[in-house]
Design a binder for this molecule. Sequence first.
Ligand code: ADP
Ligand code: MG
Ligand code: MG
Length: 898
Amino acid sequence: KTRVYRFGNKSADGNSEMKNLLGGKGANLAEMSAIGIPVPPGFTITTEVCTDYNLLGEEAVLSMIKEEVEASIVNIERLMGTKFGDKNNPLLVSVRSGARVSMPGMMDTVLNLGINDEVVLGLAIKTKNEHFAWDSYRRFIQMYGGVVLGMKPASKEDIDPFEEIMENLKEKRGIYLDTEFSIQDLKDLVYDFKDAVKKQTGHDFPINPWDQLWGAIIAVFNSWNGNRAIYYRNMHGYPEDWGTAVNVQAMVYGNMGDNSGTGVCFTRDAGTGENVFNGEYLINAQGEDVVAGVRTPQQITRLGSKRWATLAKIEEQDRFENYPSLEELMPSIYKELDAYQQKLEGHYRDMQDMEFTIQDGKLWILQTRTGKRTGAAMVKIAIDLLKENKIDEAEALLRIEPNKLDELLHPIFDPDALKTALIIAQGLPASPGAATGKIVFFADEANKFKTSILVRIETSPEDLEGMNIAKGILTARGGMTSHAAVVARGMGKCCISGAGALKINYKKRTLTVDGHEYHEGDWISLNGSTGNIIEGKVNTIEPKLTGEFAEIMKLSDKYSVMKVRTNADTPKDARVARSFGAQGIGLTRTEHMFFEVDRIKAMREMILADTVKGRKLALDELLPMQREDFEGIFEAMAGLPVTIRLLDPPLHEFVPHQLETQRSLAEDMHISLEAVKIKVAELEEFNPMLGHRGCRLGITYPEITAMQTRAIIEAALNVKAKGKIAIPEIMVPLVGTVKEFEVQEDIIRNTAHTVFKERNDSIDYLVGTMIEIPRAALLADKIAKRADFFSFGTNDLTQMTFGYSRDDASKFLPVYLEKGVLKVDPFEVLDQEGVGQLVKIGTERGRSIKPNLKVGICGEHGGEPSSVEFCYNVGMNYVSCSPYRVPIARLVSAQAVI
Ligand code: ADP
Ligand code: MG
Ligand code: MG
């Protein structure tokens, strides 16, 4: 079995298809090498070795890979003409992690490995650059110390121990930048760093290059089980047994002086999706300098640089002299890079996120991967690639991550409110969106307030969890490719980075701008699209959907066969859903209409009535109100079917429980307070979810079913009279026996018939049922003899199949998820294994009687991607979900066909 795959010199053992084995980084390094992109030679230790390591431990694994690694180092030596550990002509390598999917900054990398007190001298002589040699050495100790030897800040208010040493030296020397250290400074740093390591770990810093190498390989394996990686994995549902690959690669040096540098670039704009090459670089820098924001990075293209200068309010002359773009500073390197980015995007047929390094005038590419992007960019790039004929329609649809569409539907700042907003500073528009919240300064305190904005000098992978919780992220340092920016875009979270005017004091927990001080808990607002930082709260409004979004939706409808309806209880919801493309209503809950102030009284009178006559009187009061509601909904959905469910919840939910309200009700009804109290007590149930609700209400109080039917049919006729088309579908809830349905159906059909006669007019309508009790699914064939349609109420069906009370599940479900008893919350993601069987059986048995039986779903699951796909596979006619999930369901419905 091969455990080590080599790449370099325009060839490779692996390729980009082998991400599972080589990790994303390794597979793409191999691919790039094979298609002739200049990649420093190296090799990849497979993810399987990581899995072996987790089972067998260090010793077993090292002996497994020793020979292959040694031989592969020799191969690099041959290609580079240098020698690992050699004093005169040393080879230094980087040891890089790389799982099968990119987890930016989640795992660890060590650069400049193979250097020690002797090698550094040789390196200095060979390169005639003593400053560079010592800078590389201090960087190595710093990274190796952190990644392999576990050097950490003492507490969260403290900075990294090595950073602290550097800061102190800078202060002593009166300098600001890492590049300003003298050779002697760097030597002092190396000495002090080693000293700090010895003090904190009790061991000498390892000087043997091979010890360094094995240590780093093991550390990369370990990083797969580090807190950051675990959190990231859990967030995305990646399994633990994937493991990470390890890439060992010849170093190329961006820190050799003014003819060297390093940078990050994107083939398109990851925030907006615009087709413009963009990125950032730093002269005389290495590795993560750009991402970590140690200095303000410069732009790659002239266009980008000009845009940046406008935002930063920098004059053109100043920009050109002090912050030139790579295009202006090193035109021929830029041209080469531009050619590679085009080649790579063409090759992978998707937006790429690349790393490069310039060593003394020669360009090297160190990484390419599919770039993380915002929801808006995702949609625009897919449509643009389709128009550029790079991908076909099916591919364009598959490029859309359903849940990410959600971002596009989120509110934006109200332009009117923005006119009067106080802008306190400006940063880079790193990830678009509108966020308002209270200031917090530490990621682990993001949940201190209900809505918080995480304000940091810069973020690190440690902060991931807090970034996820916060509504927005603001950093004082770092550019468009900084950690904060990249991660925020991936999360679809609003982010402003590099707001240099902010002075942040972690110890005092303050943010100072222009002498004005803001404290933890103060409100601020971020406009991620402009980079404006605004004092206080700003109102938001609904977003306008883009043309590309509309195109994706049109394309979805072209491919999908299953329809998407919405759950809507009001004309407003219905209109919103229709604007999102809903093809009807799958569920209108009539009870919500009863909770309005003026109606609840009539409702209560109806419930508390002792006689049928009293009840009818109250129902007569309710009738016109319901009819009006239904008319509004039918009009909003004119021409499309509207499923209305009859009264479902336990009556107990409607009666007053407070003495004051009970008293006024008694007065209104001219009965004693005592009588009200008794009635309320009578309605009390031990287990209301399994109690007197659903069709059981309509059977005990047939007048309710009759009133609701009358309201629906009259409303439909009224709408018809206005020249619009109403298509009512009346739905009986909580049916468990055939007879239950029959009794209700008779009332409905008789009432409708009466109304038709009264009006001397008629309209088509359907009478169907919810399938939400397991027994109904099992007896679906019998029910289908009478029912016109089925709608799976998977909320109740899940509750009853699992036997988990939805209202009490919060007591144990979190524990279940934590302990792995359940993988996901079955109320969120349809349990295909169990509940899904009932859905299948119900559909099959129903259709065995009526082959064309209309079947749909109206639980929360109707908008959850994996559940929607399941519904398609079962052969449903439609799914129904909340208005804001409609676009997602439309997309998934198309993806399911492809
Ligand atoms: P991550 O996955 O966090 O991006 P990487 O393994 O890509 O980590 O490496 C971190 C940084 O070091 C990147 O900027 C990368 O370009 C740089 N780097 C990695 N290997 C080399 C190398 N052989 N020569 C020069 N720079 C390198
Ligand atoms: Mg890293
Ligand atoms: Mg990288």
